[in-house]
Design a protein around this ligand. Structure first.
Ligand SMILES: Cc1ncc(COP(=O)(O)O)c(C=O)c1O
Length: 406
């Protein structure tokens, strides 16, 4: 069981002491059921037409391909983005066109209204951070203009937007399972029109099936209460890591590693073979048999605790004062006044934080756009179901200290 420990204050020196904080959740066996679980709270897996895929970017690729996006097509995308949202467009030979976002992270509707009537095939609009954004006005614009809406729910497996479940507004919606569940690959493609279940994907090789199953077992041994079995198994997994050839991983793909050159970062590429291959059986099974309600409750509790703990932080503020109803964050977004030194300090501590400071090349300066500012000032603090109260408290202390010192 994931023991939630009593709140304790941390020691004054936080340097390096966050290294043991996991960026991804562990696998808790008691959250699994042999029967099929759909969850009672609104989530993407409940939509009628759902196709399990290998990643969120694979789902974007398949959605755009189903919309006949190709050479000569234009797809509208937010100026604030993870490059994994843009790579599928470029892989299809189409052109991304950036639109500005408002201070609340919404599509700038005035900009869209001023666009010439023709020439755009689709728009990707994201519910950033797991905080659902309004979609009704955008849906109306898309319908009026004949533009397909791809609702990017990579951060938003759960929640409602303008009175409907997330994922219900787009012609297609996409999700990323690695951001919410203890899996090392996985996404979903949702369609609100045609059935997508029939899309033919290449079968997964047996060695990959075994590897992914081993990954899940490894996530099982990471949990703090893993018990006696964990030590020998961990040794085995360490060996597995050494033997494994380096390959694209979708886990923590939003991480902007300040020490790695742009070319070395896989977010700018999409492996089309991988995108058109079925996920492993173990991934599909887990996504259908994990208690999604439990995951949502724990994540919300942790997010509330982090928001409360950082409500009066000098030099930084959360982008939301409180959690919207039904929202289950992927990360908590904080605006940091003096971002560069704070980011360096947090990274040196191995604080679980991301920042989208590696945008697609040549994002233009657009009128009233927040995107470029957000890419530097908005820090995404990792918040997931396996963090204990003590973990959250340590994070809050370290973040507050880094902001105050800079
Ligand atoms: C908003 C958004 N959409 C799509 C993706 C792609 O998801 P994945 O990493 O599962 O390919 C990401 C990845 O971080 C994302 O942040």
């Amino acid at each position: 069981m994931n023991m939630r420990q009593p709140l304790q204050s941390t020691s004054p020196s936080l340097e390096g002491c966050l290294a043991d904080l996991s960026r991804i959740p562990f696998l808790e066996p008691e959250w699994l059921s042999l029967g099929y679980l759909n969850g009672s709270c609104h989530n993407l897996m409940q939509r009628t037409h759902v196709l399990p895929v290998t990643s969120g970017r694979a789902a974007i690729y398949l959605a755009l391909r189903a919309l006949n996006v190709g050479p000569g097509s234009t797809v509208l995308v937010p100026s604030y983005h993870c490059p994994t949202m843009i790579a599928p467009i470029v892989a299809l030979g189409a052109r991304p066109q950036f639109y500005p976002i408002t201070p609340s992270g919404c599509v700038d509707q005035n900009y869209l209204d001023a666009l010439p009537p023709d020439g755009v095939r689709a728009i990707i609009a994201a519910h950033f951070f797991g905080l659902p954004r309004p979609m009704q006005a955008l849906r109306a614009w898309c319908t009026q203009r004949g533009v397909a809406l791809v609702e990017d729910c990579a951060h938003t497996l759960y929640g409602t937007s303008d009175g409907k479940p997330v994922g219900a507004w787009g012609d297609f919606a996409i999700g990323s399972l690695t951001k919410f569940l203890p899996v090392t690959e996985g996404g979903v493609l949702v369609s609100n029109q045609e059935p997508v279940e029939e899309i033919a994907l290449q079968p997964r090789q047996t060695k990959d099936q075994v590897r992914i199953l081993a990954d899940l077992l490894e996530l099982l041994t990471c949990r703090k209460s893993a018990g006696l079995l964990s030590a020998p198994l961990r040794g085995l997994f360490l060996l597995k890591k050494k033997l494994r050839s380096p390959k694209q991983s979708t886990v923590a793909s939003t991480e902007s590693d300040i020490d790695r050159p742009r070319e070395a970062w896989d977010g700018f590429k999409i492996d089309v073979d991988f995108a058109t291959t079925r996920p492993a059986h173990a991934t599909e099974w887990l996504a259908r048999h994990i208690d999604l309600d439990k995951v949502a409750t724990l994540r919300r509790n942790n997010a509330r605790q982090l928001l409360d703990a950082l409500s009066h932080t000098q030099g930084a503020h959360a982008l939301v004062d409180q959690l919207p109803e039904h929202a289950v964050p992927y990360v908590l977004p904080f605006w940091v006044d003096n971002p560069e030194p704070v980011y360096r300090q947090l990274k040196a501590m191995r604080f679980p934080v991301y920042r989208w400071d590696r945008l697609w090349p040549d994002v233009p300066h657009l009128p009233n756009d927040q995107g470029l500012l957000w890419s530097r000032h908005v820090f995404q603090l990792v918040c997931h179901q396996s963090q204990t109260e003590q973990d959250i408290q340590r994070m809050a202390d370290a973040f507050r200290q880094a902001c105050q010192q800079n």
